[in-house]
Design a protein around this ligand. Structure first.
Ligand SMILES: [Mn+2]
Length: 343
């Protein structure tokens, strides 16, 4: 079984900091040798960090087995960075991690992977000691003995620490929802999951250490220009959204069941809303219940239009992989390197 660990990083103003590098190095290392027989690869995916940060990441990956750095020069959201990693590496399960996460022990992966024995489960979520989501009791001081449970529709979880099954990405060109820059994605993930009849389980037996109050204030990305501050659509994405809502109705059959008509009416009514209001409304209970009853291909088409950038957006991101993966290497099942994502 191939497990990919992906850590998007973004430190545009980073200047050599031995204490931070120590912190990150220990964090990355903690994930590398889990118990079990999974084939592990760690991919750090970095777009537009400073030269100094890039140098640190290069030193890190070149001194570790099975570690790779995706280096790109254009700024992108963490979701775009994550998707570029998915595109270039093979996997059965993928952990979406952060540079300020650390494992406590070597059992975490084995414990989380057990969730996927239930075929409905597509996401296995560990608890974290800090900055998880309270709604699903994700903040816990430590691992403890309690049955895992599904996260409810009106709950959320910190989306920067779970393990996803490949099936979660497959209907969407092997991508994670990428329409939003940052935390709005938590809504998109839950919507997609529930609409498609899938389950995310929170696992109380696995707990990760998240952040370090001593170190984090030093993190350059914690400043106003970091990812964390980008909770909005940028101007280009807003335009894209507006164009897209006008086309949403094309995905629904024009004739037929009263349900389809009801959904057409919902969407027609929402088309004139500004993007933020539009999403709040579409996340609302009534339209969601109707939406869930549509057939699977229609649901997937609408979700793709709502939560995913057009694939052509990725053409502007060029990048390289370091250390480079031999193009003809098939011993580990690597895919061929491409410098942009094309359909
Ligand atoms: Mn964090």
């Amino acid at each position: 079984m191939r497990v990919l660990l992906v850590i998007p990083t973004y430190e545009p103003y980073y200047i050599h900091r031995p204490d931070l590098e120590q912190f990150y190095t220990e964090n990355f290392d903690s994930f590398l040798n889990p118990e079990g027989n999974a084939d592990i690869q760690l991919v750090i995916t970095d777009f537009a960090s400073s030269k100094s940060h890039r140098a640190f990441l290069r030193r890190y990956v070149e001194s570790r087995e099975g570690c790779f750095l995706i280096e790109g020069d254009q700024g992108g959201s963490p979701h775009v960075a994550f998707n570029v990693a998915l595109h270039n590496f093979e996997y059965d399960y993928v952990a979406r991690l952060e540079c300020d996460l650390r494992t406590r022990d070597r059992h975490w992966l084995k414990i989380l992977l057990r969730e996927f024995e239930d075929p409905k489960v597509q996401i296995a979520i560990p608890t974290v000691n800090r900055d998880g989501n309270k709604s699903c009791e994700q903040n816990q001081d430590n691992a403890f003995e309690r049955e895992s449970r599904p996260v409810g529709l009106n709950e959320q979880f910190n989306i920067h620490c779970p393990i996803f099954s490949r099936r979660f990405f497959e209907p969407f060109d092997n991508r994670y929802p990428d329409m939003f820059e940052w935390h709005h994605n938590e809504f998109a993930v839950m919507y997609q999951l529930f609409a498609l009849g899938q389950v995310a389980n929170i696992n109380f037996r696995a707990n990760l250490v998240h952040g370090d109050p001593q170190v984090l204030p030093l993190k350059p990305a914690a400043t106003g220009t970091g990812w964390g501050s980008r909770n909005d659509l940028d101007a280009a994405s807003t335009q894209q959204f507006l164009r897209r809502t006008a086309n949403l109705l094309n995905f629904l059959p024009t004739t037929g069941a009263p349900l389809t008509k009801r959904i057409r009416l919902h969407l027609e009514a929402l088309k004139t809303q500004r993007w933020r209001y539009f999403y709040y409304r579409i996340f609302a209970k009534r339209i969601f219940e109707d939406f869930c009853q549509l057939d699977m291909p229609t649901k997937e088409a609408v979700i793709r239009a709502l939560f995913f950038r057009p694939l052509s957006d990725y053409e502007k991101f060029s990048y390289s992989i370091y250390p480079s993966i031999p193009i003809d290497s098939n011993n580990k099942g690597y895919s061929v390197i491409r410098s942009t994502i094309h359909n």
